[in-house]
Structure formats: structure tokens, C-alpha cells
Write a protein that binds this ligand. Structure first.
Ligand SMILES: [Zn+2]
Ligand SMILES: [Zn+2]
Length: 258
């Protein structure tokens, strides 16, 4: 299983791409989140939407779904390919379509379409999982935003590679070590949301908070979804992260085999 980080930046980065991952196994490709700049990120590694077989969506911010109109239209109008499969938690399907994609995708010449015309939708349950190319992907929810009335979750994943490695992608999450403890302990590698801005958004785990985690968890942690201050001084931040006990920051384009 090859994991390539198409981007490792935060939502409004000008020097990185959105924090989307491309999983490759036996010639098939699964995109984990499709942010607004995903077409450029794919182009940079010689690919396009036509090379993507399936997409998994963690939540509905534009750095995770802003490229879905691109994926939908370009694959729909390609007569030589099947619809991509869309995996996501069942509570996201209706909002993804009605609140985000419908405005642009509902109408094509002579037809009114819906999400099922563009994707083979595989809606997943709480604590659900899906299998793709023999790899198991188990959903793990995180707390991303509390708006004063309700909590907006994200759906991270624990990926079980065929070689027995367990990789935990937190997706966007607040710093909630009690909530994530079980997954942190279970995983061999943790891909962790890490805000590095001096101005806290409160909806992402901040570097200064992550530093307080136990050493055995930090040593498994790869940091991603960071601001451009890390891009500007990557070597300095990397040295600091490793001195603080983290496995380190991930760079755009980096590839891991698991
Ligand atoms: Zn988000
Ligand atoms: Zn994000």
C-alpha cells in the first residue's frame, strides 16, 4: 500500500496543497478527501481525476471537498470510464449534495442529475468500515467544530494495510487526547492534524498542545494540515518537532509504503 501526501497544508495555504492523500494498491487509486486544489496536486504527479477510482470524504470543509465538482464532471463526461465510488459516513451524503455540490452539479444540458448519477455512493455506518483492494478502512470520528448547539464531527480512518500496519488518520480534529486515546494507542503510525499558526482557530489540534502528549504517542506521530510558517522554515520546524519527540512533519508529495 502506497500512501502519497498530495498536500499537507491547511485550508488557506498559498505554498502547499490541501491535506489530501492518495492511496495506491495494485494499480488502483483511492483519494482520501478532494480539496479545491486537488486537480493541481494530481497534475503535479502526472495524474488526473481519470486515474482516481474511488474517493473517501472525511467532512465537508472545502479543503476536503472543494475538488468534488471537478472529479464529478470530468469523470461523468469521460465515456471511457466507470463512475468513481464515493465512500463516506451516511450522515454526510445528503449535506454533501444539498449544501455543497448540488448548485454546480445538478444541471447538465437536457438533464437534472443527483449525486448517484456521478458516483457509486457507499454510505457507511457508525463504527463502520469498508474494504478497498483488500485493505480495511475503519471509521473513527473526531470532534472538529462545536458551534454552540451541535458538534460537527469528522470521520478519520484507521487503515489496516496488508502487511499488518495500522495507520490512524485523525482527519481534522480538536486536541482531544482522551477521546482519541484508544486509536492513538492502537495505531503504529498516526497522521495528526497540527495547527502551527500563532492564532488559534480552536478547531484544530495545536502544536503546543500536541507537545504535551506522552512520548510513546508522539514518536508515532506524523504532523500534517499545518500553516505556511512551517513551509517557510521547514528544516527548523522539523528539528524542533523531532526534538519534541514527534516522528516529524510530512512534506507535500511524500510517499510512505505500509
Ligand atoms: Zn475541517
Ligand atoms: Zn481541513
Amino acid at each position: 500500500m502506497k500512501i502519497q501526501f498530495l498536500g499537507t497544508g491547511s485550508a488557506f495555504s498559498m505554498k502547499n496543497y490541501h491535506p489530501n492523500l492518495l492511496i495506491e494498491e495494485e494499480g488502483k487509486r483511492l483519494l482520501i478527501d478532494a480539496g479545491g486544489d486537488v486537480r493541481f496536486a494530481l497534475r503535479d504527479i502526472g495524474l488526473s481525476s481519470n486515474d482516481v477510482d474511488s474517493v473517501y470524504i472525511t467532512h465537508l470543509h472545502s479543503d476536503h471537498i472543494g475538488g468534488m465538482e471537478y472529479i464529478a464532471f470530468t469523470t461523468y463526461f469521460n465515456p471511457n470510464r466507470e463512475k468513481p465510488t464515493l465512500y463516506c459516513h451516511k450522515i454526510l451524503v445528503e449535506d454533501l449534495w444539498s449544501h455543497s455540490l448540488k448548485g454546480g452539479l445538478q444541471s447538465v444540458q437536457g438533464k437534472v442529475l443527483n449525486i448517484y448519477d456521478y458516483f457509486n455512493v457507499n454510505a457507511l455506518n457508525h463504527n463502520g468500515f469498508f474494504q478497498w483492494q483488500g485493505i480495511e478502512f475503519h471509521l473513527r470520528s473526531s470532534i472538529h467544530v462545536y458551534n454552540g448547539f451541535s458538534t460537527i464531527p469528522t470521520f478519520g480512518l484507521i487503515m489496516h494495510s496488508k502487511t499488518g500496519k495500522k495507520i490512524f488518520l485523525t482527519s481534522d480534529t480538536q486536541f482531544t487526547p482522551d477521546h482519541l486515546k484508544e486509536s492513538y494507542n492502537f495505531a503504529d503510525i498516526i497522521i495528526e492534524d497540527c495547527e502551527t499558526s500563532p492564532f488559534r482557530s480552536e478547531v484544530h489540534a495545536h502544536y503546543d498542545d500536541l507537545r504535551t502528549l506522552p512520548a510513546e504517542i508522539k514518536s508515532k506521530m506524523l504532523l500534517w494540515h499545518y500553516q505556511d510558517n512551517v513551509v517557510d522554515n521547514f528544516d527548523e520546524w522539523q528539528a524542533k518537532a523531532q526534538a519534541d519527540g514527534f516522528k516529524g512533519f510530512i512534506k507535500k508529495g511524500e510517499i510512505f509504503e505500509a
